[in-house]
Design a protein around this ligand. Structure first.
Ligand SMILES: C[S@@+](CC[C@H](N)C(=O)[O-])C[C@H]1O[C@@H](n2cnc3c(N)ncnc32)[C@H](O)[C@@H]1O
Length: 256
């Protein structure tokens, strides 16, 4: 097994693959007030599909769930089947940087904890091409909550320099020509209840068998650092949900 195998073994079985919670998914979804009755939704970086199932439940529409990893696609499909929504789910195993959907294919593009793989600005520009005029885009993104974050937090987020304040994220949304519909910061419990708490339990369960395997121990050490950084600095950063709407003119300029 290489490092990625150990990574997937640790992260791939958690209830969620990133911070989030059902109440926040619903709150953001309700902001998209003018969706058609059975919208076509793209869920980018669906992970194990928790928010995918919520979107199927809330919308009554179709969800295309996309993820790079087959394990995540399988988990999303299983979750939708358990919930009785599999007939409205399509799954796509693909790299989001090489998506081949036709322009203006979706009423809503959703991405919890995953748009950063494209980059916030680049990802939102791409999203604008994929949603219909008047369609919505809703994403969560890492944000600073304080003007002067502690050194440990800054060091942890070095690998994602696009983390910024809510105000500067809103300025990006505005610059791209979207109408801002609403935004809110995720509560600290959305990092712990279905993500870091189960991750800690899984670390404890895997650690004895992985002792002495350098690649495996490195994965565990990184996860422990991530959790410790959050617990020490949770007032300094979080994710925020940003919900926006494509105006007629904005999309027209990017799809040409
Ligand atoms: C932080 S997780 C979020 C998962 C899920 N939305 C949630 O909140 O539980 C990011 C997801 O993006 C997927 N991913 C990573 N790189 C990707 C890429 N280039 N294209 C598509 N999916 C990708 C990962 O497999 C993972 O499931």
């Amino acid at each position: 097994m290489d490092r990625m195998d150990y990574f997937l073994e640790l992260y791939g079985e958690l209830p969620r693959a990133g911070p989030g919670d059902d109440a926040s998914t619903e709150r953001a979804f309700r902001m998209a007030e003018h969706l058609p009755p059975a919208p076509r939704i793209l869920d980018l970086g669906c992970g194990p599909g928790v928010q995918t199932v919520e979107l199927l439940r809330l919308s009554g529409g179709t969800v295309v769930a996309l993820d790079l990893f087959p394990r995540m696609i399988a988990r999303t499909r299983a979750a939708a089947e358990r919930a009785g929504f599999a007939d409205r789910l399509e799954t796509v195993q693909a790299d989001m940087s090489a998506m081949t959907f036709a322009p203006e294919s979706f009423d809503l593009l959703w991405s919890e904890g995953a748009i950063y793989f494209l980059g916030f600005e680049r990802g939102l520009a791409r999203a604008q091409e994929l949603v219909k005029p008047g369609g919505y885009v809703a994403v969560t993104e890492a944000v600073w909550l304080v003007p002067d974050p502690p050194a440990a937090a800054r060091e942890f987020w070095n690998e994602y320099p696009e983390i910024d304040t809510v105000e500067r994220k809103l300025a990006v949304i505005d610059r791209l020509g979207y109408e801002e519909v609403g935004h809110f910061v995720l509560p600290a419990t959305s990092w712990t209840d279905r993500y870091y708490d189960p991750m800690e339990a899984r670390i404890a369960a895997l650690a004895p068998a992985w002792a002495g395997i350098p690649e495996a121990e490195a994965v565990l050490a990184e996860a422990r650092t991530e959790i410790a950084t959050f617990r020490a600095c949770s007032r300094a950063f979080s994710y925020a949900f940003f919900v926006m709407r494509r105006t007629e003119s904005a999309g027209a300029s990017t799809t040409q």
